[in-house]
Ligand binder design. Structure first.
Ligand SMILES: Cc1ncc(COP(=O)(O)O)c(C=O)c1O
Length: 302
């Protein structure tokens, strides 16, 4: 069925996968979600790091006391099942989410709140050009851990990303870069950031309000295997002006070079050697080429 959506344990046509307007998540953003990609390797479609995404989804729920009816394993099966029913065979994006359903207008969410679960999936190629994008360091700051649990990937948090993106686009840039409440580099609205200087790729720690990204983790692991020096460290704003290369990492954005920041060229103004090498290692990993990592690829078709 080309328009299948999985909702609360059942595969439904999209027209029947509906929720009432009283749904708590619509009013308050009480929805934990994931973005996952699947890639065609020539003979099968493979979901990348499905188990890690499902574990993060469950962690996000638990940080808000939400108790989904379905386990991580069952939600993972729903991701695979939805993609399979839609017969997707090219680059695919899947969006599993768990949200508070009818719960009145109460701000007290605990284990008694009704949590509903859904999965949608659709074809999605690159969202940013391989040749690089421009970025703007926006005035909006990344929401701090003091305000909300930043590592819970909740729909409500994304108003911060939406406001930052609007500011970047209004300034003519493709993407925003957010600083944390201290003024250190945090991340982009939906991506982690790496800054390369003298051959070392550095990324901010999660203490800088950056999401513990699965692509970021993949890059750190692939770089370690390839002997590319990496560091997880606080990066002042000026590190962006001094960078030889900057790239973003995320499930949706994959490895995206940033070639201009605030109207100025980054390094040569073209994707640099470390960025290109990381993009190539990442492309190999998601397509099952090179050293296969245990548990990273889940086949969709039998
Ligand atoms: C705010 C934010 N940072 C970073 C990322 C990158 O995370 P991942 O690599 O797990 O997709 C995402 C995407 O989920 C995000 O929304």
């Amino acid at each position: 069925m080309p328009d299948t959506i999985w909702l609360d344990g059942r595969y439904l046509p999209a027209s029947r996968a509906q929720v009432p307007v009283t749904t708590h998540a619509i009013h308050y953003g009480t929805c934990a979600f994931e973005g996952i990609r699947a890639y065609w390797d020539g003979s099968n479609l493979h979901v990348f790091r499905l188990g890690d995404h499902m574990a993060r989804l469950m962690r996000s729920c638990s940080m808000y006391g939400m108790r989904p009816r379905f386990t991580a394993a069952r939600m993972g099966e729903a991701v695979v099942g939805t993609i399979r029913r839609k017969r997707l065979k090219g680059p695919t994006y899947a969006r599993p989410f768990c949200f508070v359903g009818d719960h009145g207008i109460s701000l007290h969410v605990d284990g008694r709140a009704r949590v509903r679960s859904a999965v949608m999936a659709f074809p999605m190629g690159r969202i940013f050009p391989e040749g690089g994008i421009s970025a703007r360091i926006v005035s909006r700051r990344k929401i701090p851990e003091e305000a909300v649990p930043v590592q819970a990937k909740m729909a409500g948090n994304y108003l911060n990303s939406i406001a930052a993106t609007a500011e970047a686009r209004a300034a003519g840039a493709d993407e925003a870069i957010l600083l944390d409440s201290r003024g250190m580099v945090s991340e982009a609205p939906g991506e982690n950031i790496f800054v390369v200087r003298r051959g070392t790729a550095s990324t901010p720690p999660i203490a800088a309000s950056a999401l513990d990204g699965i692509t970021r983790d993949t890059v750190l692991e692939l770089a370690a295997g390839a002997g590319i020096p990496c560091a997880v460290e606080d990066l002042p704003r000026s590190s962006l002006a001094m960078a030889d290369e900057v790239f973003l990492t995320g499930t949706a954005a994959e490895i995206t070079p940033v070639t201009r920041i605030d109207g100025r060229r980054v390094g040569s103004g073209r994707p640099g050697p470390v960025t290109r090498r990381m993009a190539s290692l990442y492309d190999d990993a998601v397509h099952g080429r090179g050293a296969a990592r245990e548990g990273w690829l889940t086949a969709v078709y039998p």
